[in-house]
Design a protein around this ligand. Structure first.
Ligand code: 2AM
Length: 191
């Protein structure tokens, strides 16, 4: 008898990330096509462009629930991110967009999620956090990097837990849950 796969017993490949607004995804894709040769690497699909905050690996349902509860207790303001940096890590085959001066809020949020993940037993790389949006994978050969990044900005006003699903030869990143980051606008003073 074939048993149905139960969400509560399977392990899922999870990570916390910031989504890129649809409009920014639509800006980056033609910019990438115009600025890189086709052999640069495997381009990431527009809908999969994101900025990872903390990678969790293969996680049980029980552990994910703990991490989701902890994420829900985070109280932090939103922040603006400007993608004004670009680079290539040939060893990992990644070409990326990043920010020269990552906002403090981004670093704090990633640090918090990473330490919560580590306390839950999710291995965290000892390498320093380098916020980036992966544009290409499999980019292991030398490639000429454009002199300038697109320099687009976006507002991070929520963060999400994603599941990475590999089906029919494709990876999709599905949002499991999102949490708001508070608005920094001041409330009018009470009279
Ligand atoms: P990358 O974009 O730099 O490859 C989903 O796989 C996300 O988690 C990707 O953004 C990927 O980062 C990141 N990721 C995958 N494996 C990872 C690992 N072992 N350590 C840290 N981040 C990882």
């Amino acid at each position: 008898m074939i048993k149905a796969v139960d969400n509560k017993t399977r392990f899922r490949r999870l990570f916390f990330a910031l989504a890129l607004p649809d409009a920014l995804q639509r800006t980056i894709v033609p910019w990438r096509a115009d600025n890189f040769p086709p052999e640069a690497g495997r381009p990431i699909a527009a809908a999969n462009l994101h900025l990872t905050l903390a990678f969790l690996g293969e996680v049980s349902h029980a552990k994910a629930q703990v991490l989701q509860q902890q994420a829900g207790r985070i109280s932090q303001s939103g922040f603006n991110i400007t993608l004004d940096d670009i680079g290539h890590w040939p060893n990992s085959g990644v070409i990326w967009l990043g920010c020269k001066n990552p906002p403090r809020g981004l670093l704090q949020l990633a640090q918090l999620l990473r330490s919560q993940a580590a306390r839950s037993g999710c291995y965290q790389t000892p390498l320093p956090f380098h916020p980036h949006v992966t544009l290409f994978r499999g980019a292991i050969r030398p490639v000429t990097i454009p002199a300038k990044a697109p320099n687009e900005s976006f507002r991070a006003d929520l963060f999400s837990l994603y599941e990475s699903v590999f089906t029919r030869g494709r990876t999709r990143y599905n949002i499991v849950q999102s949490w708001p980051l508070a608005s920094t606008e001041r409330k009018p003073d009470a009279i």
